[in-house]
Design a protein around this ligand. Structure first.
Ligand code: HEM
Length: 180
């Protein structure tokens, strides 16, 4: 994944726990440099190792931590100069969720090696919808929960996000119910 993702983990943990704890985490994950280059791609395994090490060091559960990083991502990417992409989403929260693939296509213009997720909105209701998330990467459902909550906050909402149909063996799609 692009270094921007690892940077978000670094930033989140540094703000939450301090620089010293972050140093222990990255060392335990086998990363011996002090910074990630945001536009450089790193192995996905490193990102997962950072999460694993952070859980060991803090005693936090991986799902909780990954969800929290997801919720932080919206704020983080805005700080890093990607806010206008998020500002273009809408006008409503449901529209924004339906536009995530188009947004990642625009991101891929800047990050040609991006392996973006795919989202499909169905069953739009007055205050809810069904969201299908497809990725070749496994284990990121908690990230989606945090991201969708973080995006909801941008629209002044506190959405509830429930994983209703986890991916089956051989499938790459998880289904969530989102309501607000
Ligand atoms: C401007 C804001 C955003 C930027 C710059 C951005 C960029 C990225 C980048 C760089 C990755 C790593 C993929 C790779 O390196 O191959 C990624 C992954 C991902 N993004 Fe975005 N993204 C943004 C907003 C969002 C939002 C709002 C959502 C969902 C609500 C989202 C959902 C995801 C998910 C779930 C992944 C994990 C990859 C996977 O599932 O395979 N992103 N994004």
């Amino acid at each position: 994944m692009y270094g921007l993702v690892n940077q978000a983990i670094q930033d989140y943990l540094t703000h939450q726990l301090g620089a010293e704890t972050w140093t222990r985490v990255r060392t335990a994950a086998g990363f011996h440099e002090t910074e990630f280059a945001p536009l450089h791609t790193y192995p996905d395994a490193l990102t997962f190792q950072l999460v694993g090490a952070a859980c060991q060091v803090t005693g936090r559960e991986a799902g909780d931590l990954v969800e929290a990083v997801g919720a932080y991502w919206v704020e983080f990417t805005a700080q890093k100069g990607y806010g206008s992409l998020l500002d273009q989403l809408g006008p409503g929260f449901a529209d924004a969720l339906a536009q995530l693939d188009a947004m990642h296509v625009r991101i891929a213009l800047m990050m040609p090696q991006l392996q973006p997720p795919s989202f499909r909105v169905s069953e739009r209701r007055e205050r809810g919808l069904t969201l299908a998330y497809t990725s070749r990467r496994a284990g990121l459902a908690p990230l989606v929960i945090g991201l969708v909550k973080g995006l909801g906050r941008k629209f002044g909402l506190e959405p509830t996000v429930r994983l209703t149909v986890p991916r089956a063996e051989g499938s790459h799609t998880d289904v969530f119910e989102v309501s607000w």
